[in-house]
Design a protein around this ligand. Structure first.
Ligand code: SF4
Length: 240
């Protein structure tokens, strides 16, 4: 017989018990202190450099982005500088000439204005969607925002035992769950730990023995990685 999650799954609105959220936060923050990756774009104080990295990292691995990011940020400090003499290798070096044009449009919008610091202003920029806006807010602008991408959706689904699919991240109940799990003050460290854990441990073939959440994870407790589809909470139960 399958053990149940001792903290319980989210209710139909995506709420979980506060002690469950606090436990997950503690575990992830502790794991993150020892395991979070260090990249130059995580340390920069220049929001334009940070935004450049977030745009580059869309669908591209960090190892590929790193040399191009370093080259670009050594040459330029702001969108005006890049527009005056745009380096042709910025995105074509990643094999992404279309994104080079998108990056030009982004810099044209940013040039001559103060860097946007609200979600709405960030979302109005070319090529900036919900993930990049949240990443900029939490990682670089000191504002709490939940980080939701395919990897973090998969991790939360396995942890609480609910079905996930491409649209899960846009559901109100899921947004509420992710909001609840994002700490008020330590959101930056939590989000980096969540990103790195979901990318390196809770992968397609998860390494549960190395996961700090395994003692509370529905899938890991059941000894199934991931849990069989017919044992997950049906998505319709959580639809809001
Ligand atoms: S215990 Fe395994 S399935 Fe559960 S969150 Fe961790 S890596 Fe993912």
């Amino acid at each position: 017989m399958t053990k149940s999650n001792p903290f319980g799954p989210p209710d139909v609105d995506g709420h979980i018990a506060p002690k469950s959220a606090a436990h997950i936060q503690r575990k992830l923050l502790k794991w993150g202190r020892a395991n979070t990756f260090s990249y130059p774009w995580r340390e920069t104080k220049n929001p334009w450099h940070a935004l450049t990295a977030e745009v580059m990292l869309q669908r591209t691995r960090a190892a590929q982005v790193l040399p191009i990011y370093l080259d670009l940020t050594t040459r330029y400090g702001n969108p005006e500088g890049w527009l005056a003499d745009p380096h042709p290798l910025a995105f074509t070096g990643l094999g992404l000439p279309i994104r080079h044009e998108q990056y030009r449009a982004l810099n044209q919008k940013l040039a001559g204005q103060r860097f946007p610091v609200t979600r709405d202003a960030l979302l109005s920029l070319p090529g900036v969607g919900d993930y990049i806006a949240s990443a900029m807010l939490s990682f670089h602008l000191g504002q709490r925002a939940p980080i939701v991408d395919a990897n973090t959706v998969r991790l939360y689904g396995r942890l609480f035992g609910f079905q996930t699919h491409a649209e899960t991240r846009r559901k109100t109940w899921f947004r509420r769950l992710a909001e609840q799990l994002t700490p008020i003050t330590a959101h930056r460290a939590y989000n980096y730990a969540l990103l790195d854990l979901s990318r390196t441990i809770c992968t397609r073939h998860p390494l549960c023995a190395r996961c700090p959440l395994r003692s509370r994870c529905v899938s890991a407790q059941a000894g199934m990685y991931p849990r069989p589809h017919n044992e997950l909470i049906p998505e319709r139960v959580l639809q809001m």
